[in-house]
Design a protein around this ligand. Structure first.
Ligand code: HEM
Length: 462
């Protein structure tokens, strides 16, 4: 054997971070019933890189140091790529969640443009309209859960901005899609064979939903292709139908249908849940709330943007993302991770670390005023070649919905303890649904705002 080959073998020899000694069954149960707390406890015990077994992935390494996170996110997909299994299992072969390497890169080139620049601004009106329409139905002076109303807003926004749906299609999809996604999220983690699959298998019901979805999607696609003004439309469906791969081919219609469903599954509950956390946080921070109202009345946005960053830092709705090692070995800091291991980036672990964000448990949007967040420390949208395609769209939606609420409603503050985290399948939500008491504002005040904390002057426009 040559010297270089031997050097390669030595460099590729696995070197793994410390492992938890808990029996495999205990690890599985702990991850099933208390995923967040288990990861936090293991980080406290073993540091920012540790090893465990996590169903359905098997052997995993969990990292939470920004330098390691950077390495994971910048590793080439042929070394570490798409984790398996994932939601793509139920979203269809054409979903980006099922693509890796070169096919994934090609698809992202088509999926990214609809969520940027001029296109994105076109969606602002839709978001504001949906937020106003929903908020008009909110009860005044009575406590209610905001998560469900926010789910309705984000669903309607996606149906209009992404699917370009209206009329009967809109009604049908509004009824069908939440069911498909809820059932699909359960199916994605259920075994496909064996006794559990035989007993608890809602696959048939899912397939019936899916057939209904395909019929509506086929109709939407056919009508879009027959639309003489397709090139003037801003919805994602219209753009995907007109897009071309580098070799001039267009997307297969089946792939378009799978991808629209994927965008809904990825973007609906995540954005709504972040909004519910925003209400939960603001109702416990009266001084911040006052400053935000002043700023919105004055037409500003800087503190609101910083607040959204801080909500996503302290309450990330997706607490982890993953890559699967495809190469014989993946170098990772001082470690070498073997093939078939899954490397999990602990989003919540990084963002709640005092060494990364001083006084990390403190909810303090001012930390982001005038300071852009670090790419590998503030990671609610993941990173690298698989970073969330809809990040800019979600950020716009969070901003416009929050601005609308600040202008239209007074949110009552409370000194109750913060709501606990509750896993709702993929996303972590406030356990009581982000409860709020609101009153409609009679006439918005116009104020000059000093963002350091004190309102400088007040005048009422009524
Ligand atoms: C606050 C809301 C959202 C959060 C917190 C969120 C979070 C994430 C995360 C953590 C990932 C995995 C990234 C990685 O592995 O590095 C992801 C992927 C993805 N997200 Fe989002 N997301 C949100 C909203 C949206 C929206 C609105 C859309 C589209 C309408 C969307 C579409 C996607 C897609 C298609 C992927 C897969 C990207 C790929 O595999 O290349 N997301 N998102």
């Amino acid at each position: 054997m040559t010297e270089t080959a031997t050097e390669h073998r030595i460099a590729d020899a696995p070197r793994l971070p410390p492992a938890t000694r808990l029996p495999a069954a205990v690890q599985s149960i702990a991850m099933l019933v208390a995923r967040r707390r288990t990861l936090a406890a293991l980080r406290r015990r073993h540091g920012t890189a540790f090893r465990m077994r996590v169903p359905p992935f098997g052997n995993v390494v969990v990292v939470s140091d920004p330098a390691l996170v950077k390495q994971v996110f910048t590793t080439k997909p042929d070394v570490a790529g798409n984790p398996e299994p994932n939601l793509g299992r139920v979203l269809g072969d054409g979903s980006i969640f099922n693509l890796d390497g070169e096919p994934h890169r090609r698809r992202r080139k088509l999926l990214t443009p609809p969520f940027h620049g001029r296109r994105l601004r076109a969606y602002e009106g839709i978001v504001e309209e949906e937020a106003r329409r929903e908020a008009a139905t909110w009860p005044e002076g009575r406590e209610f859960e905001t998560l469900e109303p926010f789910m309705r807003i984000t669903l309607n926004v996606i149906l209009r901005a992404v699917f370009g749906a209206e009329g009967r299609d809109l009604d049908e999809l509004r009824d069908l899609l939440p069911r498909i996604v809820a059932l699909g999220s359960r199916l994605a983690v259920l075994p496909t064979t064996g006794p559990i699959a035989a007993v608890a298998n809602p696959r048939q019901r899912f397939q019936a939903y899916r057939r209904r979805y395909d019929a509506v999607a086929d109709g939407l696609i056919a009508r879009a292709l027959a639309d003489p003004r397709l090139d003037e439309r801003d919805d994602v469906l219209a753009m995907l139908l007109q897009s071309r791969y580098e070799d001039g081919r267009s997307m297969a219609h089946r792939d378009v249908a799978d991808e629209l469903l994927t965008l809904l599954a990825a973007g609906h509950a995540t954005t709504a849940t972040t909004l519910a956390w925003t209400v939960e946080r603001l109702s416990r921070h009266p001084r911040l709330l006052e400053r935000l109202v002043d700023e919105a009345d004055a037409g500003g946005s800087e503190l609101r943007h910083a607040t959204i960053l801080e909500v996503q830092r302290t309450r990330p709705v997706i607490i982890a993302t993953a890559r699967r090692v495809n190469a014989p070995a993946m170098p990772l800091g001082e470690w070498v991770i073997p093939r078939r291991y899954t490397v999990i980036v602990g989003i919540d672990l990084v963002q709640s670390d005092d060494a990364v964000f001083p006084d990390a448990r403190r909810f303090d949007p001012d930390r982001f005023l005038g300071a852009a967040p670090d790419t590998y420390a503030w990671i609610p949208f993941g990173g690298g070649t698989r970073r969330c395609v809809g990040a800019a769209f979600a950020t716009l939606e969070l901003d416009v919905v929050l601005r609308t609420l600040l202008r239209e409603y007074e949110l009552r503050t409370t000194d109750r303890r913060g709501e606990r985290w509750h896993s709702r399948g993929v996303a972590f939500a406030p356990a009581r649904g982000g409860r709020a008491v609101v009153h409609r504002r009679s006439a918005p005040a116009r104020r000059t705002v000093d963002l350091t904390g004190t309102p400088a002057s007040t005048s009422t426009t009524a």
